[in-house]
Ligand binder design. Sequence first.
Ligand code: AMP
Length: 395
Amino acid sequence: MKTINDFNFENKKALIRVDFNVPLNESSEVTDDTRIQAAKPTIIKILEDGGSAVLMSHLGRPKGVQEEFSLRHIVAEVSDVLGVQVKFVANCIGAEAEAAVANLNPGEVLLLENLRFYTEETKGDVAFAKQLSALGDIYVNDAFGTAHRAHASTTIIAQFFTDKKCFGSLLAKEIESIDKVLASGEKPITAVLGGSKVSSKITIIESILDKVDHLIIGGGMTYTFVKAQGGTVGNSICEDDYQEMALDILKKAKAKGVQIHLPVDVLGADDFSNDANTQVLPVNAIPEGWEGLDAGPESIKNFHNVILDSKTILWNGPLGVFEMETFAKGTIALGHSIAEATEKGAFSLVGGGDSVAAVKQFGFGDKVSYVSTGGGAMLESLEGKVLPGIEAINN
Ligand code: AMP
């Protein structure tokens, strides 16, 4: 795996694909700079080598050129984070962009306009990628969030740099972390899969059965598994079409020697609301009019024991409807368990959408080994897919 550490950028112009798809408020101010902070180490290393950085990113989903999606809005924030006055050019290809790059001196940073002002970007247009490639000597991909897309700036462009291409430190860390879980993880390896639906996680579950010793299944997925085994789930979220598949997963897990842990009790509610009446119920005997919205105390204890015995932990998806305080206890307890195991030396990776939000919301971000920055890209990695953006650098 080639990274920025394999290059000296002195007097070189690095063309860096970053993920600056940051949230903006109504006054077009950046409300969360996590993604800019995440790209900082790569940019700083290049500047410290004596190189210059040409940054390219998308922002939102513009339809053609739309001022509200201009990356101009984030120049001040990027300058603040980097401690360098960032230059901006109102195009990402063509004479204007090429002139701005030609005028760039070592130690300077140039931000190009939103790549998605051109539909060629998401189409993976080769001619557009070639035009982009004229804007740097070395191509650096540091955008994990878009690594699962074969877009012009994330994948197609790499062919124009033969051996002058590499991963930025953020993307390298993402790859290493996934590898530490799925390829070289110390046993016992435990995956916790929560979230709402079996249908959206089925490919991950199937792929992960070959990698892990323990699989904890929680959240809304629980009830499809419970009903398939003859339990009564009341009004809990349940995908009847997936009952066969759930039984098949249990069978496959048994054959592969993977221990599956499902909740044994749940926090039931008589309404999908924070103020609902609640009671702890056995997972397989939820009466009509009640639904399971969080893991119960016995389940939390069981999961804690499995997690504390693990040396490698992957967490994707909450154990309950954590957005409502009443049903956040299971997810918070799981965060505590993973934090404790990590402190004792386990490697823990949190990735994919809502579990990342939960980890941040409840303050576990710095108590786990790594929190992934890419939702869809992480999910596709867990499904066992080779991401096009990663393959393009490795080829
Ligand atoms: P996902 O995007 O599939 O990871 O699902 C995340 C969502 O699952 C969160 O918004 C949770 O509120 C929801 N969720 C977790 N547990 C349950 C449950 N028991 N019933 C309904 N929704 C749930």
